[in-house]
Design a protein around this ligand. Sequence first.
Ligand code: UDP
Length: 500
Amino acid sequence: MKMESQLNIIFLPYPTPGHMIPMVDSARLFARHGASSTIITTPANASTFQKAIDTDFELGYSIRIHVIPFPASQVGLPEGVENIKDAASLEIMSKIGRGLYMLRDQIVVLFHDLNADCLVTDMLYPWTVDSAEKLGIPRLYFYSSSYFSSCANHSVRKNRPHDGLESDTCKFSIPDLPHKIEMTALQLEEWKRTKSDTNAQFFDAVYEAEKRSYGALYNSFHELESDYEEHYKSTMGIKVWSIGPVAAWINNTIKGQKHDHVEELEPEWLKWLNSMKNDSVLYVSFGSLTRLPNAQLVEIAHGLENSGHNFIWVIRKRENDDDDDDDGDSFLHDFEVRMREGNQGYIIWNWAPQLRILEHSSIGGIVTHCGWNSILESLSVGLPMITWPLFAEQFYNEKLLVDMLKIGVAAAAGVKENKLWMNLGEEDVVKRDMITNAVKVLMGSGEESMEMRKRAKKLSDAGKKATEEGGTSYNNLIQLIDELKSFKLSREVSKSKLEN
Ligand code: UDP
């Protein structure tokens, strides 16, 4: 029997940018280090990163996308709506989820037919641990956030320190962590505060599958959160590899290549940034999913304007929302015109080329919802942050940035509630003065800001080193590939013994 020496890794990303982007970057990194990477996804999702994969392929790396049709009409969705970022409501989100679930059997067959040696699958596909077991290959659990949030989340699930408190606003400490971390119950996901819920059952399956996985892959790096990397290793009982920051790593390998994608025309936003002084512009973004209510957009607008600082702000508008009245629209339109005329601010509607903006020399800070990718992307270019968590594990990430790493200013002190953007109401609106104050602290030249800048710069250097030859993330990736090769070899040897 002929032994196939190239490692064949199948990646199955969950179709939301915050999960898909880092997994695609990881697949590209594996291919750059000798593995053959196949990414399974649906047509509209494939189109968002096809160009990058084609470029890698032309450069000689073994990487491709395996496209499977999305059953849009069967779940009552228009063609092309296959990504959570296109879901303007919970209903659409759940239809996308149903569509994905319908693909399950087809994907199980594909794992076999594509001759997978290893599965790297998103945390939200717990069933893939069974597929890997049946095929006798490793499944790597892909978690697209911090070790810190993962450890905190596991402790809260296990110990339920928020049960029996007088109110949802009382502080509690998260048990068994390396540091004392205080939260309120309101900062936990809604389904975690109540016990009986289908979400809770689904996540029980996710974490059960995590424990049964061969190991986990983290887009983080040792120097960033080593205590929590260790804590994860010692409490989860599975292997883990930190290979981040993946976006900065893959982009650094691309720079200077002859196939590098060059923009023909200088886009408007770039012209505007080019006209700004170094470190003077605040980038404001709430990630790929969030669409804030108009009342909140109005407060942000005033808060930014009153701060007197320059900003570039990405706004994702709600559709068919009662809240989105004509008054709100015309306010934002007038605001946009006023800011451009006064040269104070620039608005990007819907989707921004975030990585390109962040690496521009005029950017001096970011307002972030604490999505892990945005955190790593801004940290990779040494930017301090204003933290404004909204939902999921973002409140844990805020603790990491503000209390532990000390590179973040919290946008809103006081009670805040973990809520999906579509559930935000009047009571959740962060007022303009709070925003102005946070912007002044971060973008001003006071000591607090200077110290945060220095710390962010240090972490950026550490991240760069981690992904260079000999660095921690670099070594982890090489070691993982070697280990998977040995696993493959011994599997093939035992298979050939059985056949003879
Ligand atoms: N992103 C982007 N342009 C946008 C919004 C988001 O390129 O206008 C990218 C961003 O660079 C990051 C990802 O989408 O890689 C968002 O992931 P994150 O974990 O920050 O937040 P999420 O969108 O999952 O809440």
